[in-house]
Write a protein that binds this ligand. Structure first.
Ligand code: TRP
Length: 334
């Protein structure tokens, strides 16, 4: 029998290269060999976007189209919408007893997010809701509702998987062996840097290249990318290791081309403008097949609807079975 994968994405914006080279490339790699549930986590997105439901709704479809565009096969991957699986909400309530408030406050990912919010919205601790603080509990419900064994994620998600494992152990120790402890699956490129040289590519950082970016947008972004600050003149020798243009050549261009970029840069016989222009071409070539595939779904939104419906149906069946086991174990199977 195939092992089960459960993973999810918050529908708050389009996918960028950070997502692609982070978790999404692994989705592609794993889709053939697992029973694969891919959750569009609208409930989780609402925990900090509850006052902006339209944004979440739009992005449910945007992110699904992005995921189909990268080449995920809806015959292999069950795409589903979190809010359509009431068992997840139900499990979240029961798991709430198995985790302390202090433990949630210590979760490094949640802690980071709270710090970021304080930076953006001022230092009022009251702006952190019960729902937001508790989203790791809900994420543990996401994973365990499908007895997810493997969870392909970016490294920022590790504390959430760890918290899920703790909840599973606690549940099993009290109510008997029922749930599975999931294992995270990380990509080789742990984290993709931004165009500005920031360690992380992110929407809120304004340094991302999106899979839907058109040629003009790519041009503007690449032209503004960080290069070696010590290179003043076109024929100064420079250090490609500190240059984001080289970094992206390495990511998406061929090995041979990247080698040339590197050698010429070090020797001082390659201007940054030329190098950026070559990157723009390579980037557009890289994005073209993704955008071509996306077009089919943009022109036929009913296809996306069908894919979400059929995936959600499969997810509902699976979650119902797991919920029965949980209720039996908890002696609430009236
Ligand atoms: N927290 C993830 C994110 O921020 C999304 C997510 C929701 C998820 N449920 C999940 C990831 C379950 C892995 C497993 O993108």
């Amino acid at each position: 029998m195939k092992k089960t994968i459960l993973t999810g994405l918050r529908p708050t914006g389009n996918l960028h290269l950070g997502h692609y080279f982070g978790a999404c490339q692994n989705y592609l790699k794993l889709q053939d060999d697992y029973e694969f549930y891919l959750e569009i986590a609208d409930v989780q997105a609402l925990t900090d976007n509850f006052n902006n439901p339209e944004k979440v709704r739009v992005n449910v479809y945007e992110i699904t189209k992005d995921l189909l565009a990268i080449g995920l096969d809806p015959n292999k991957v069950n795409f589903f919408i979190q809010s359509k699986i009431p068992e997840i909400a139900e499990l979240t309530v029961y798991y709430g007893n198995l985790v302390t408030v202090a433990r949630l406050q210590r979760n490094p990912t949640v802690k980071n997010e709270i710090a970021q919010k304080k930076e953006l919205f001022g230092n009022s601790g009251e702006s952190i809701t019960y729902g937001f603080l508790g989203y790791p509990v809900s994420q543990a419900a996401d994973i365990t509702a499908f007895k997810g064994e493997l969870v392909p994620v970016g490294e920022d998600q590790l504390p959430l998987i760890e918290q899920c494992r703790e909840i599973v152990r606690k549940f099993n120790s009290i109510y008997g062996e029922t749930l599975l402890e999931p294992v995270p699956y990380l990509s080789e490129n742990k984290r993709i840097k931004g165009l500005d040289g920031n360690e992380k590519m992110g929407k809120s950082l304004g340094n991302a290249i999106y899979l839907v970016d058109d040629e003009d947008t790519i041009k503007k972004k690449v032209m503004g990318a960080l290069t070696d600050k010590n290179k003043i003149k076109k024929d100064d020798p420079a250090n490609p290791d500190v240059c984001m243009v080289h970094y992206y050549h390495k990511l998406i261009n061929s090995y041979e081309n990247t080698k040339i970029v590197e050698e010429e840069c070090r020797k001082g016989c390659r201007g940054c403008v030329q190098c950026k222009k070559e990157l723009i071409v390579a980037m557009n070539n890289f994005l073209k097949p993704i955008q071509d595939r996306r077009k089919k779904y943009e022109e036929n939104p009913e296809l996306v609807e069908e894919i979400l419906n059929s995936g959600t149906k499969k997810a509902q069946e699976k979650a119902k079975n797991v919920m029965n086991d949980v209720k039996k174990a908890m002696k609430i199977d009236y």
